[in-house]
Design a protein around this ligand. Sequence first.
Ligand SMILES: [Fe+2]
Length: 239
Amino acid sequence: MSILSGRFKSILVLSDMHYPYNHADIYAFLKALKEKYKPDLVVSLGDEVDLNAFSFHEKDPDLLSPGEELKTAIARLKPIYRLFPKMHVVESNHGSLVYRRGKANGLPRHVLKSYRDVLEAPGGWHWHKDLVVTSRGGGKIYFCHGRSADGLKLSQSIGMSCVQGHFHERFQVQYWGNKLGLFWSVIAGCLIEDNSLAFAYNKLNLKRPIIGTVVIIDGHPKLEPMVLDKNGRWIKRLV
Ligand SMILES: [Fe+2]
């Protein structure tokens, strides 16, 4: 677990972009959020790349090869790198696929590149297993990719507010309290393109992914849905 020093007024959280199978309007949406909230900390909850072609599941022949997928993901991430040259990223099941593939095929860690090198990310991007930060008001917040579908229990067991990604169809804030104060648990939705073949495994699920993210201002979470029009594109304004 990494613990960041300092106290943060405005934390922008983004999760599950799954490049290159991302929603087409991520950049414009995140730029609008950056301009509105002027974050002093940006956290990615993981799955910034999909790595579908690297997965252990059956591959769709109509999707990209491993090399093409990675190349396309990196090219599409470049504007995000310019928008957010500093980012703290927590490890995730899709993000770690390169390493899991290497391990399964007998490669020692020493011969593998770092995440930053694989994704050609800027020097200001830092990866953590999970992360604790302190809000300006003094409350501690725990960030992880997807440790528990029961976010309230996670928050209670770790004794602080928490934020998770991973659960694409869930976009929620739940509160709990004790004599010491008010705590909350957030699940932050995702930023994927639901129609992509990369998510065909989920087509029979009636619940659809919720496209959006969360900001935390002075220790209080605010959900920011990306409201879509009938064509599945962002309506180009925050609600
Ligand atoms: Fe994900």
